[in-house]
Ligand binder design. Structure first.
Ligand code: CTP
Ligand code: CA
Length: 236
């Protein structure tokens, strides 16, 4: 897609995107991580900038992605760092898109020296729950600490299981998180991790449901930003 062919419908808006995976240290040389490539979040940041937005990209670990043109990138390591940086930039954001794979847990203690095999080797890793950044943003907005008209977007990679199908889980997650839009990737059907295309749904807190056709991450970014644009208050 050529940048000059895109509508300049995000001029004057600040879009904050988180992308990639966090890494939770165990000791100076080891961490708990995840398989997020960061590609979808980077595509969102790139397309938002091409549509005229000022874009801040808070990036965890990615598959070696280059910073998109005209995007301000802040690198983070842990979920706690991502949380700090996202909250700081959210104060001025018109839109926050949480595309990052934020670790749900971190090792309860981080050893200051390398864990060694031997008599006192650990047999398990105690974990502590990390804060839910997306839920905190929604809470802060409701409490008046973030702009009331801010549009908050979450991502979810879901599989069906014995308790329900992908959409059932996704609707429940949207309700639980309280965000305005939830981008749902159906995984285990050739989608999501470490591939260049996605498939799923875009669910709105207004009850709207849009199927997202199988396409490039840039196309999905376009669909998501179209839905965001429709929810933005008129420019001041
Ligand atoms: N998220 C977040 N902070 C966390 C975990 C997740 O902000 N500590 C955000 C993700 O960036 C994503 C959304 O929440 O936008 C949904 O993430 P997901 O892992 O699907 O949701 P969870 O509530 O962690 O549910 P699950 O138990 O299924 O992992
Ligand atoms: Ca999670």
């Amino acid at each position: 897609e050529r940048a000059d062919a895109l509508p300049q419908d995000l001029v004057g808006r600040h879009v904050l995107v988180s992308a990639g995976g966090t890494r939770e240290p165990l000791d100076p040389v080891r961490f708990l991580g995840n398989r997020s490539s960061g590609k979808q979040g980077y595509a969102l940041a790139r397309v938002a900038a091409q549509r005229g937005a000022r874009v801040t990209l808070v990036s965890g670990h990615t598959a070696g992605l280059a910073a998109p043109a005209a995007v301000d990138v802040v690198q983070v390591g842990t979920a706690a760092e991502l949380r700090e940086v996202v909250h700081a930039h959210a104060r001025t954001a018109d839109v926050v898109v949480m595309a990052a794979a934020v670790a749900d847990f971190r090792p309860t203690t981080v050893e200051s020296s390398k864990i060694k095999k031997g008599a006192d080797e650990p047999s398990s890793v105690p974990l502590t729950r990390n804060a839910d950044v997306l839920a905190e943003l929604v809470e802060a907005r409701a409490a008046g600490r973030l702009p009331a008209e801010q549009v908050v977007v979450g991502f979810a990679a879901e599989t069906g299981d014995e308790r329900g199908d992908v959409l059932t889980h996704a609707r429940a997650k949207l309700a639980r998180k309280g965000c305005d839009l939830l981008v749902v990737n159906a995984v285990g059907e050739g989608g999501a991790f470490e591939v260049d295309t996605n498939t799923g749904w875009l669910l709105g807190s207004d009850g709207s449901e849009q199927a997202l056709d199988h396409g490039s991450k840039a196309l999905l970014a376009t669909r998501v930003l179209d839905a965001v644009r429709a929810r933005l208050a008129p420019p001041r």
